[in-house]
Ligand binder design. Structure first.
Ligand SMILES: CC(C)(COP(=O)(O)OP(=O)(O)OC[C@H]1O[C@@H](n2cnc3c(N)ncnc32)[C@H](O)[C@@H]1OP(=O)(O)O)[C@@H](O)C(=O)NCCC(=O)NCCS
Length: 176
């Protein structure tokens, strides 16, 4: 299925000789997104959603599967698993509030594929796409205890700011 945008899918190498592809999400990715969520540990779910969650709500799935691919975008990292089936192992997404030029991102990588650079590549491709589509800033809210994510965005040049009214979160932002 084709998405109504120009995005050059990219293939990256994993240690051990296999590859993964980064491409825009497609409306028929629903089961693969549920599969990714089911492979996240309770800790990773908490770090991503900032509360305990056992199932992705249907309206959330509808939102991430149906985008305009400009003001809203989601990129997925896809591997071919042992049975030859495509499996989504990571997703980076942004949404832009109406009439704003600053978008808000989120990122998840399956625990079994973490620390191989997938999160970093997803963010780099998402940032490039936001810039190409005229957005001027990308920002996110990261739990203060999520040191891995704070390192990742710091390496990408994000500014990290404490929230005065909520020490549990930090704002991370990058001008595009
Ligand atoms: C945080 C998260 C997105 C990181 O994804 P990831 O794919 O593991 O990230 P990367 O592999 O790109 O980078 C993570 C670390 O691995 C290191 N790394 C990258 N490639 C590597 C490789 N080939 N070999 C060894 N280490 C590597 C990076 O340097 C980085 O180290 P650092 O934290 O010291 O800077 C992922 O762990 C996750 O989904 N966590 C739960 C959800 C969450 O926290 N989301 C963020 C809230 S918005």
């Amino acid at each position: 299925m084709k998405t109504p945008i120009s995005f050059s899918n990219k293939t990256y190498a994993l240690d051990g000789g296999s590859n993964y592809l980064i491409r825009p999400i497609q409306p028929d990715d629903r089961e693969r997104i549920i599969g990714l969520f089911n492979h996240l540990s309770p800790e990773s779910r908490y770090l991503r959603f900032a509360h305990a969650i056992s199932k992705l709500p249907d309206d959330f799935l509808d939102d991430i599967l149906h985008l305009d691919y400009k003001k809203e975008m989601a990129l997925v990292a896809v591997i071919e698993n042992h049975s030859g089936t495509d499996e989504i192992v990571g997703i980076a997404r942004y949404v832009t509030p109406p009439k704003k030029s600053s978008c808000e991102f989120s990122l998840s990588v399956s625990d079994s594929h973490a620390t191989h650079g997938i999160g970093t590549h997803l963010m780099l491709d998402l940032i490039a796409h936001a810039k190409e589509n005229g957005l001027q800033e990308i920002l996110g809210y990261v739990l203060s205890k999520n040191l891995k994510m704070l390192h990742l965005v710091s390496d990408l040049g994000f500014q990290i700011t404490n929230l005065d009214d909520d020490p549990d979160f930090k704002t991370v932002s990058l001008l595009l």
